[in-house]
Design a protein. Structure first.
Length: 551
């Protein structure tokens, strides 16, 4: 019986650059928590499906800066120390709770001790102490397709030079190829932030992001729902218009109304963007709400583990959500068996929802559609403790479906090439669909600094003859520092207040490093000692070439 449509999870895995940045509350512990609670459990879940013979498929972003950190020998060594600390902390809680006469909490402490031991065992024995090759093996087995992102998650629409976008993308492609043995076919644009072609204030015609993606053979990206379904014309050719994404003046090259499809656009089908080389798939909002909604999303179920309440001594999370408006002080104890039952119910519900939506779509249009369920990977396991098991359950359920084909996003595009051209409006998946989260009153000071660094790199790269010898060593490290400076994480963390001081410090440190390196080139005395010392601090993108910073 023919399938009626396709489904893919698109999981976006990214964390700020934190190598050698210390520990809690901000630093390498971000990596260790995500590895323990999300990445290792996800690998275990997908390998479990592979061993069961379940034909699961999943689209997974691993950002280049995350890959470099997970593969780093020091980060891996520190991760083992982190796991040992967690095991010891849980084990120490057992006699403490027994002495207090709380047998259930003593049981939970043992549960966590055994859980972390299992994570450690998988990391050491199953994955040989390195998660990156483990993901590669799943890709080689056809279970996942790994897609890339900007090298350091740079916010591409707000970069001042297309040369910077090239550096982000070329570094990403080469990093991906080095770790996974093949070039990526698709990209998750950082923050799902897109902009079309426009005329800059200085007269430059800047290419739409799709044009630059095509140069790097990245034939697919993902967009937020509103950019597909609800985008409206926000500019006309050679006519100034302030778009709905902040106080940014754009004169667009092409009017949106000229190329929008005759029928309303939908996230159930892919579209070509600007030409035949690059496609876009939008996030399906209905399935997204089933996880993201604060009111009725699965993670808020009363029997799931409460993320925000932690034991004052060990830091373990011994409580469940308990209720919609239950204060942290009144939370009930967590019951893993209750949560496990809910995971099964919610996996079946989600699989039924996917089938129902695709059947309705097929009945209405006779078209073979796709549902792309896009989420941050770290939501599962870290924030929603049971979430990885839920993903495994959904994939197992849908693999049995008579109506739904499990696929990856690039595989779907290959099998069902889009024919309709859609001209996307500018936007992101940030609050309000704008650039505001990254460019606002608290962060606006960052962008002129960043743009000045781009201009300085351009001047150096354009010098006749190019850099060689000591100058090339210094310029390579300057290119790394420029990439790290461009990370969207720094303005994001400032805007949200999650780690404001850390983000500002990281931003300033990369500016200072970049400036010192470039000043040594200006003096004609390349400081290779500084460049080599900074390489030891960063240890990212070993094959970088400053010539990738090119128009």
């Amino acid at each position: 019986m023919p399938k009626l449509g396709a489904f893919t999870f698109v999981l976006h895995s990214h964390l700020p650059y934190a190598r050698q940045a210390g520990r809690w509350p901000h630093g390498e512990e971000w990596l260790h928590e995500a590895a323990a609670e999300t990445y290792v459990p996800l690998l275990d879940a997908l390998n479990g499906l592979l061993q069961e013979g379940v034909p699961a498929r999943l689209t997974l972003t691993l950002t280049p800066i995350l890959i470099e950190q997970l593969a780093d020998a020091q980060v891996r060594e520190n991760f083992l120390a982190y796991l040992d600390e967690k095991i010891a902390a849980a084990e120490a809680d057992i006699p403490r709770f027994e002495k207090a006469g709380d047998s259930h909490f003593s049981y939970l402490a043992g549960f966590y001790r055994d859980w972390y031991r299992g994570i450690r065992r998988s990391f050491v024995e199953r994955y040989d102490g390195n998660l990156v090759p483990a993901f590669r093996k799943l890709q080689d087995a056809g279970i996942i397709e790994i897609v890339t992102c900007g090298a350091t998650h740079g916010y591409l629409p707000l970069l001042d030079r297309d040369e910077s976008i090239n550096l982000q993308l070329k570094t990403a492609v080469e990093t991906h190829r080095r770790h996974f043995g093949r070039a990526p076919r698709a990209i998750w644009l950082p923050e799902c932030a897109y902009r079309p072609a426009y005329f800059a204030e200085d007269g430059r015609q800047r290419a739409g992001l799709e044009t630059i993606l095509a140069r790097h053979k990245l034939g697919l990206f993902f967009a937020e729902t509103h950019m597909i379904e609800g985008g409206r014309p926000v500019g006309v050719a050679a006519g100034e218009a302030i778009g709905p994404y902040g106080n940014i003046l754009r004169r667009y090259v092409v009017p949106f109304s000229d190329v929008r499809p005759a029928q309303p656009a939908t996230t159930y089908e892919p579209y070509l963007v600007g030409g035949p080389d690059v496609a876009v798939i939008g996030r399906n909002n209905r399935t997204g709400l089933q996880v993201w909604s604060a009111e009725w999303g699965y993670p808020g179920d009363f029997d799931y583990r409460e993320f925000h309440k932690k034991d004052g001594i060990s830091g373990m999370q011994y409580w469940r959500v308990s209720g919609a408006r239950v204060s942290l002080g009144d939370k009930d104890a967590y019951h893993p068996d209750w949560a496990a039952w809910k995971v099964g119910e919610h996996a079946r519900h989600f699989a039924h929802l996917v089938g129902s939506l695709l059947r309705d779509r097929h009945q209405a249009s006779k078209a073979y559609g796709i549902i792309s369920a896009n989420y941050d990977t770290e939501l599962f396991g870290h924030w929603w403790f049971e979430g990885v098991t839920w993903i495994q359950g959904v994939l197992r359920e849908l693999a049995r479906s008579e109506d739904v084909e499990l696929t990856t996003a690039p595989a779907f595009i290959e099998a069902h090439p889009p024919e309709t051209v859609l001209n996307l409006p500018e936007g992101s998946w940030g609050a309000g669909g704008t650039h505001f989260v990254w460019d606002n009153a608290d962060t606006h000071w960052m962008w002129p600094v960043l743009h000045a660094a781009e201009a300085r790199m351009l001047r150096e790269v354009q010098k006749p003859g190019g850099a060689s010898g000591a100058a090339e060593v210094v310029l390579k490290q300057a290119a790394r520092e420029l990439l790290l400076l461009q990370s969207s994480d720094w303005p994001f963390l400032v805007s949200t207040g999650q780690a404001r001081e850390y983000a500002v410090q990281r931003f300033h440190s990369h500016v200072e490093r970049f400036d010192h390196l470039m000043e040594s080139l200006d003096r004609g005395a390349p400081d290779t000692q500084l460049a080599e010392a900074l390489w030891e601090k960063d240890k990212v993108f070993p094959t970088i070439d400053p010539r990738w910073f090119a128009a």
